[in-house]
Design a protein. Structure first.
Length: 299
């Protein structure tokens, strides 16, 4: 029994990472209705940037974030002005194709620069990579996993407060609702979208840092991270920040329990839960309509 409790706890903590990696994806979709297929690759860019700072200058990944996060924000701003804004004019499909192409370019540039070897920032953070608090003989909490989960909660909570309590946040929400009309009240939709993309890329940088510290990565690791982010966002409801946290936890718990049941169950269980939620969202309105009809006939 306690083993299952521990697996659920580990799944919840893993869900914190999934919420962090899904945060920027959900945020961009909620604000600009863009599914950024380069999301995972951009997280790997941040991971490699932190690796370079650690290897060449001896900077801790936490100190390196002071350099990397502003750079990611600048990259997001440039990305919006040069790629996303232009592609949005072509309809819904063009931004998806554009970011898909961008992901391919990023992956291959990273491969050309760093090779195919897997890397990790775990050596750069010392014992934090493996230390844990022992609750009972069967239950433990990894310090890095707990830090990742707490950071995800703070990140999502901070974004929620930013959107509701600040002038820029309210402008972002207004632009998300009606980008064509906000100009009538003095809001520059183009600048607001650029700022939103910059913020999304900052969250991607944070997620990339935790990925690099908790696991290994390589130039082509962005694809799997995109899948996890997409699944967490869909399970929680795309565009919902707190829903993203819930989706990440559901995905993490499913994977953790799946790994206990079977060797390959880690990934399979997560995909199964994602598909069940997806089909539920697609067919729930139809089922509800059928149920109302049946109840009306029997009344």
């Amino acid at each position: 029994m306690m083993e299952w409790v521990n697996q659920i706890l580990q799944g919840v903590l893993l869900g914190g990472y999934y919420a962090a990696i899904a945060c920027g994806l959900s945020f961009m979709f909620g604000v600009m209705r863009i599914i950024n297929l380069a999301h995972g690759s951009l997280a790997i860019v941040a991971a490699f940037a932190l690796l370079v700072l650690a290897e060449r200058f001896g900077l801790s990944p936490f100190v390196g974030l002071i350099v990397v996060l502003p750079a990611m924000a600048l990259l997001g701003w440039v990305l919006q002005w040069t790629v996303l804004e232009r592609s949005q004019r072509g309809g819904l499909l063009v931004p998806i194709l554009s970011t898909f192409g961008l992901a391919i370019v990023i992956d291959n540039l990273l491969f050309e620069q760093f090779g195919a070897n897997t890397r990790s920032l775990a050596p750069a953070i010392g014992s934090l990579a493996y230390d844990s608090w022992t609750i009972t003989d069967d239950i433990y909490i990894g310090k890095l996993a707990a830090l990742t989960f707490a950071s995800a909660v703070l990140l999502l909570g901070g974004l929620q407060l930013f959107l509701t309590r600040t002038r820029l946040g309210r402008a972002i929400r207004a632009t998300a609702e009606d980008p064509d009309t906000v100009g009538l009240i003095g809001i520059n939709a183009r600048a607001v979208n650029a700022a939103a993309t910059a913020i999304a890329l900052v969250t991607v940088g944070i997620a990339g840092a935790f990925l690099a510290m908790r696991a290994t990565f390589d130039p082509y690791a962005g694809g799997p991270q995109l899948i996890f982010a997409f699944e967490a966002a869909v399970i929680g409801g795309a565009g919902s920040l707190w829903g993203t946290l819930a989706g990440g936890i559901v995905l993490g718990v499913a994977q953790s329990l799946g790994a206990t049941i079977a060797g390959q169950g880690f990934l399979i269980a997560g995909h199964v839960v994602f598909l069940l939620v997806l089909f539920g969202r697609l067919y729930a309105p139809q089922w509800a309509g059928v149920a109302r009809k049946l109840l009306g006939r029997t009344a």
